[in-house]
Design a protein around this ligand. Structure first.
Ligand code: DC
Length: 224
């Protein structure tokens, strides 16, 4: 099993995704945005005419996705899809993420990737909600990135606008509040920092300051 695993968790728009991507690039590690697995499952459920209200239907959507990923060269070939980035898909993803049968299917994709990122990578960075607590509990470096909900809503609004998607601050804030509550309060693998995670509040830090902090922690804890 690869010892070079970095687990990054936190709520939506906390900056964890940007950090995970840039950290992976800098260290020569593979990166998996695990939220995209839940988003892509929600899209498969929709496209196959299945019901997101039904756990077995949602599990079937996850299995369709798992097959596509198994046949792809890299998971990112399936997951780098702009259609996954809307807030509607984010909400649907958060709903189906509460089903244990969906998580079981998607957990396997994540643990396989963490153990064997392939492609000559020296390690793996995974970002999500339960990476440090469930997926890679033995990761030598676990980060939990937070920021106030208002800061996160402003960031998300900017991101949506930059992609030409119109939205209001109030709607984005409401969406975030609902998603935070659902993700943190579900029974299976709720969003929370692992006991040994380092919590970083990104409210007053820019991307390069976050990266600097994470790189110095990685140098202390991993074999680079
Ligand atoms: O990080 P994101 O916004 O793309 O994630 C979308 C949803 O997927 C999120 O609201 C909850 C779910 N998710 C999860 O339950 N576990 C993960 N490891 C990642 C995401």
């Amino acid at each position: 099993m690869s010892k070079n695993i970095i687990a990054i968790d936190g709520p939506a728009a906390s900056g964890k995704g940007t950090l995970a991507r840039s950290l992976a690039e800098l260290l020569g590690f593979a990166h998996m945005d695990t939220g995209a697995l839940y988003r892509a499952t929600a899209l498969e459920v929709h496209d196959a005419g299945l019901s997101a209200q039904d756990e077995n239907d949602a599990r079937d959507g996850a299995q369709i996705l798992a097959k596509k990923i198994a046949h792809a060269t890299r998971p990112s070939d399936v997951l780098d899809n702009p259609a996954l980035r809307t807030d509607q898909i984010g909400q649907q993803a958060s709903k189906i993420a509460a089903y244990p049968r969906v998580r079981e299917v998607l957990n396997k994709i994540q643990t396989d990737f963490a153990e064997n990122p392939g492609g000559g990578f020296k390690g793996a960075v995974l970002d999500g909600r339960d990476i440090g607590t469930v997926i890679t509990p033995n990761a030598p470096l676990k980060l939990y990135i937070t920021a106030s909900r208002e800061v996160r809503a402003k960031r998300r609004l900017k991101e949506l606008q930059s992609r030409g998607i119109s939205a209001t601050y109030e709607a984005v804030l409401k969406d975030m509040r609902e998603r935070d509550t659902r993700d943190a309060e579900r029974k299976t693998a709720p969003m929370k920092p692992a006991d040994d995670a380092i919590v970083i509040d990104s409210s007053d830090l820019d991307a390069s300051q976050m990266l600097e902090k994470a790189v110095s922690l990685a140098k202390e804890r991993l074999t680079l």
